[in-house]
Design a protein around this ligand. Structure first.
Ligand code: KIV
Ligand code: ZN
Length: 512
């Protein structure tokens, strides 16, 4: 039987650390449920000690998800570890992931600790954690840039204290595939008790090699856990992308010879959900989940694919959640057809109430747009307002007037704590006027640091998906809105960002 490769998803922890990608507790739970559908082995739900919000999110996910192991990150100190254990109490399977930096640079400049102090603290922390939870992962932060002899000494000691997984982070994305693979191999060969732990890879994408490095860690180094995020979300250039690593190992089973538990048909829905929630748009040519990933534009390719699909396709689009059914839904489509398409797209809504809400939106959209594509449906069900009735701001209606040579004007009606208010304003353009009309009441004082519009399904008939990034008092949040009218989509995105600004608490960063 082939070895198993453990898929450890850290979208909700390392991915969320990306400025602007912060998520609310409920958003995290929705994504965790999608990760459970994907059959991810381990979900790193957050960093419980970093804030009350993160503690509650880890706790909620631990109490709700039963099929995946739930993990919390924790610095290597008793307080953080106790908080993690407390948040994980309700989990069917819990893991504490504790870390401390081991590179000379990090120890001296960041921690201001000697190697001996770091060694003692690593050992002591794993011993402490092991008394609370059986499944303990240890990461030497900046491991790849650490001295090999020192790293061997630390890892041998933490395995002796009971660490069950050893993760070797390339924290700054400095590694080269062959060198990283060999680094893991050497560690495993030199550490006498290395066979008592599962080895894991955790690669950042600063040089665009996170997936390649992780694969080398698996193939050359013998790692049997990969840490990754949906869409490669993460700080700076991001983390190793789940969809790419999973499809590489699956498509090249002949080379890797590894089994995974992942149900790949849920990949696309997970990708859409993460992109909608964070506002981090997926580039069209992104492997596996980009809009063009399975589109054959050149005549020669189209001809080849029609004659024999595998002339130009190495994966089946359906296997990652793109619908094989090309019938486009429209206003005559009923609830059953809609529900079936959701199933084909790998989307499972939480309750009948959520399905009804999504179906109502579908009908509203179908009245305004003759053909509803899969991308529209995915945007519709990822819409942040489903299941978020209790938020402070809600969109109601908008009208705007713009004419060449005149200054555009917009009037908007929206709810504040359930009560309707209206505002009007002029602006440089209709979008600017609409957002200024919101600010007449909201008075958020937030600065807009990003505004982007993306056509969901390509043409001018498409829905516009707008991302707005706001910054206020050092906090950065994203809001996303979709509508065939991009001015309305912009207003929805803006209100969604304001909701996030008023709902989040500050927190400590993992690498801070
Ligand atoms: O990149 C990194 O080093 C990390 C650790 C906290 C595991 O994310
Ligand atoms: Zn990381």
């Amino acid at each position: 039987m082939a070895d198993k490769l453990i898929i450890f998803d850290t979208t909700l922890r390392d991915g969320e650390q990306s400025p602007g990608a912060s998520m609310t507790r409920d958003e995290k739970l929705r994504i965790a449920r999608q990760l459970e559908r994907l059959k991810v082995d381990v979900i790193e739900a957050g960093f419980a000690a970093s804030s009350n919000g993160d503690f509650e999110a880890v706790q909620l996910i631990a109490n709700s998800i039963k099929d995946s192991t739930i993990c919390s990150l924790s610095r290597a100190n008793d307080r953080d570890i106790s908080r993690a254990a407390e948040a994980l109490k309700g989990a069917k399977r819990a893991r504490i992931h504790t870390f401390i930096a081991t590179s000379a640079l990090h120890m001296e400049k960041k921690l201001r600790m000697t190697p001996d102090q770091v060694f003692e603290q690593a050992k002591q922390s794993v011993r402490f954690a092991r008394n609370l939870v059986e499944d303990i992962e240890f990461s030497p932060e900046d491991g790849y840039r650490s001295d090999m002899d020192f790293l061997c000494r630390v890892i041998e000691a933490v395995i002796a204290e009971g660490a069950t997984t050893i993760n070797v982070p390339d924290t700054v994305g400095y590694a080269i595939p062959e060198l990283y693979g060999t680094f893991i191999k050497t560690l495993r060969e030199r550490i006498p008790n290395s066979n008592k732990a599962i080895w894991s890879v955790h690669c950042h994408n600063d040089l665009g090699m996170a997936v390649a490095n992780s694969l080398a860690g698996v193939k050359i180094g013998g790692a049997r856990q990969v840490e990754c995020t949906i869409n490669g979300l993460g700080e700076r250039a991001g983390n190793c992308s789940l969809e790419e690593i999973v499809m590489a190992v699956k498509t090249r089973q002949d080379y890797f010879g590894l089994e995974m538990g992942i149900d790949t048909r849920h990949i696309l829905a997970a990708s859409r959900m993460v992109s909608q929630t964070t506002g981090f748009v997926v580039q069209p040519n992104k492997a596996v989940v980009g809009a063009n990933a399975f589109a054959h534009a050149s005549g020669i390719h189209q001809d080849g694919v029609l004659k024999a699909r595998d002339t130009y396709e190495i994966m089946r689009a359906e296997d990652v959640g793109w619908s094989a059914n090309k019938i486009v839904l429209g206003k005559l489509s009923g609830r059953n057809a809609f529900k079936q398409r959701l199933q084909e797209l790998g989307v499972q809504l939480e309750s009948e109430g959520d399905i009804n809400a999504a179906f109502t939106r579908f009908k509203e959209l179908a009245d305004r747009k003759s053909e509803i594509f899969d991308e529209d449906i995915l945007a519709l069900v990822s819409d942040e307002s489903i299941g978020h009735e209790n938020e402070k701001y809600g969109f109601v209606s908008l009208s705007q007037h713009s004419e060449t040579g005149e200054r555009p004007r917009a009037s908007i009606v929206f709810t504040v704590d359930g009560k309707e208010v209206s505002g009007s304003s002029e602006g440089n353009g209709p979008v600017d006027a609409s957002l200024k009309a919101i600010e007449v009441h909201a008075k958020s004082g937030a600065e807009m640091v990003l505004y982007s519009v993306n056509a969901i399904s390509g043409s001018t008939e498409s829905q516009g998906e707008v991302t707005v990034r706001l910054q206020n008092s050092g906090r950065v949040v994203n809001g996303v809105g979709a509508d065939p009218d991009i001015v309305v989509a912009s207003a929805k995105a803006y209100l969604s960002a304001l909701n996030k600004l008023c709902s989040k608490a500050d927190r400590v960063a993992a690498q801070g």
